[in-house]
Ligand binder design. Sequence first.
Ligand code: GDP
Ligand code: MN
Length: 376
Amino acid sequence: MKIHEYQAKEFFARYQIPIPEERLCTSVEAVKDAFQQMQRPVAVKAQVLVGGRGKAGGIKLAKSLQEAEAAATRILGMTIKDLPVKKVLVSEAVEILSEAYIGIIADRNSKNLVMMVSSEGGVEIEEVAKATPEKICKLEVNPEVGLFDFQARRLAFHLFDDVKQATRAAGIMKKLYACYMESDASLAEINPFVVTGDGRMLALDAKIILDDNALYRHPEYETLRDLTEDEQKELDAKQKGLTYIKLDGQIGCMVNGAGLAMATMDVIKLYGGSPANFLDIGGSSNPQKVVDAMNILLSDRNVKVVMINIFGGITRCDDVAKGLLTALEQIDVKLPIVARLSGTNAQEGLELLQHTALHVVSSMREAAQKAIALIQ
Ligand code: GDP
Ligand code: MN
């Protein structure tokens, strides 16, 4: 789960990671108030859950009330990568002497945590990794033993020659590590980590991704959630016992089992089509699930045809067919539907569907080809 910069900074503050003075605002008026209270130049920063805001014009410096008002009006009215900006962070503007990157992630390749630093801060780290990988210093950290002082210092000396500065930076790295671990994050980043004209070290920007697999341990995180429309749909599906991931194609898939759902998408691709989603309705023939799944597929305007692919194992195909019929009585589906049933009681299932408008086929290949043909 991604959280906003202002929320990530609340995590940082709890761990005494230094952040600038700042206020969250949702209106131009509030930004003006904040400016007047802070009585100093500020940076007005869009709060959206995508990277590269700065480049997209989502960060503006303001030295006067007029400039603050203009920046707020401009930023609160914009969309960044399709996301409307509803909140801005009014942050004390600082004089930047240096910008570094400090981050920690769970790394699947090394099966360890990896802490990374780079003196090339301020830009997206992925770009640094591509263009000048030698400028990133990486260190594996075993979560069983944690981050040792000497490790943090080794990383810090990569950023600073001065012993005092390096020691301070190492202290902040240890706090970031503690924040990462105790928050059950899968990523925590300070970018840029700046040294200011008045000698402070600050996390000027903050990024935290909370590990979805650990959310059950933190019911309080639910209040931090800010979902896009697609993510909201995926979450609704989850609550109904379905696993749904939206994709960009035109063939809406309804499948029982995650493996079969993956195979279905592969077969669609193989014959030149493109799936509109991954959808696993699980091993049940419950008509309600079929109705829910159908409603999700129909809410996607890209979907031109529905492809139902069921393999009966413990689930019986005739049960699924009955579920389908009940579901189709409840909702009026105008799109063509291709259904493939195979496995336990497939024959009985296929007979039940014979005199319906469904295009009934008996193999996955046929189903994909039929669905693709029906789009044309
Ligand atoms: P991002 O574009 O989403 O990564 O936004 P950041 O918060 O990382 O800011 C991007 C860049 O804007 C920073 O690297 C700085 O160069 C600049 N910036 C942000 N805040 C300030 C500030 O208070 N003063 C100055 N001078 N520059 C700032
Ligand atoms: Mn940044």
